[in-house]
Design a protein around this ligand. Sequence first.
Ligand SMILES: [Zn+2]
Length: 66
Amino acid sequence: MNEPSHPPASKVHVGRLATVTVERPRCPACGSAALRKYRSIRDQGDGSSIWWVRCECGERFRVLLE
Ligand SMILES: [Zn+2]
């Protein structure tokens, strides 16, 4: 069933998009961004993800992506 009240996607105003910067996760021990992900949960059920990563310095930690 058609819903003619919905504007076509091309008419949606896109002139003023905000920019949101997502920073790279960094090692809490040495600050490096050279991390290796060895385990992850893509969606914990609330839309967030979690990674278990290991830094090149040997530090292991988790990264929560909200
Ligand atoms: Zn490190």
